[in-house]
Design a protein around this ligand. Structure first.
Ligand code: UDP
Length: 235
């Protein structure tokens, strides 16, 4: 039974969100997205020449994404370097963004995306994807839509939105975590992973609650981008 959340949020309530665009002066586009105690900073460079050359595609651009949790992002200092988890997350971010960006407009070019997790309290791949998407928009890349991403899941008998690390670790209650990424205006799913066990019916409910959260995140992303461009036109 999980009748009350550890942090007292409603089951369909997101953690507190902060979003801003244009946070890395030397990048072509950048964004910071914070949800509760999870924070991602994304920087986008390009389109630029593909290096190494053998990754080049003659009919479209390629995305080179690197996700990195910085050592002080969690209380047990993590080992610096690129491990299997970093590799997996970099790949899922790349795949999702490939569905959002019109890569066919950049043949033989590369878009480099670096995402740094400065604080981690679960949901870092979702925060990374949201930040990276905002950073791509900030870089002026043509996109079908922004990506809004959040994890949802099930703890005990309750369907929950935006799990914390403490909630993910409720193993006795059988916590299940489902990171989801949407192109909200297209109603398309571009990221869907599953950590745990869940029935088909519950998975539908999890995706539905995830969409409610993603729609709120989408509005926050758009507001951050609008703020950036209205500040720019004033200066
Ligand atoms: N985590 C950690 N050390 C690590 C990797 C992960 O403490 O080396 C924590 C961190 O809070 C992360 C959470 O475990 O957000 C869940 O990690 P997971 O691999 O499920 O991905 P995420 O939920 O961050 O997308």
């Amino acid at each position: 039974m999980y009748n009350e959340r550890l942090d007292k949020r409603a089951f369909d309530e997101l953690r507190k969100i902060e979003a801003e665009v244009g946070v890395v002066p030397n990048a072509n586009g950048s964004a910071r997205f914070k949800i509760g105690n999870t924070e991602a900073i994304a920087a986008v460079y390009g389109p630029q020449e593909v290096k190494p050359k053998h990754f080049e595609k003659s009919d479209r651009g390629v995305i080179m994404c690197k996700y990195d949790m910085i050592p002080f992002s969690v209380s047990d200092r993590i080992k610096p370097g690129f491990d299997r988890r970093d590799m997996e997350i970099s790949e899922v971010i790349t795949n999702a963004l490939s569905r959002a960006i019109f890569l066919e407009e950049f043949p033989k070019s590369m878009i480099t995306i670096n995402v740094y997790i400065t604080q981690a309290d679960a949901g870092t791949r979702c925060a990374s994807l949201t930040a990276a998407s905002m950073a791509c928009a900030d870089a002026g890349l043509p996109m079908r839509d922004l990506i809004a991403s959040v994890a949802a899941g099930k703890i005990g008998d309750s369907i929950v939105l935006d799990l914390t690390k403490e909630e993910e670790d409720l193993h006795e209650e059988g916590a299940t975590d489902v990171p989801i990424g949407f192109l909200p205006s297209k109603n398309e799913v571009v990221l869907l992973q599953l950590d745990g066990k869940v029935s088909r019916e519950d998975l539908k409910k999890i995706i539905a609650i995830g969409k409610v959260g993603a729609d709120k995140i989408y509005q926050i992303e758009k507001e951050a981008l609008k703020r950036r461009f209205s500040n720019e036109s004033k200066s």
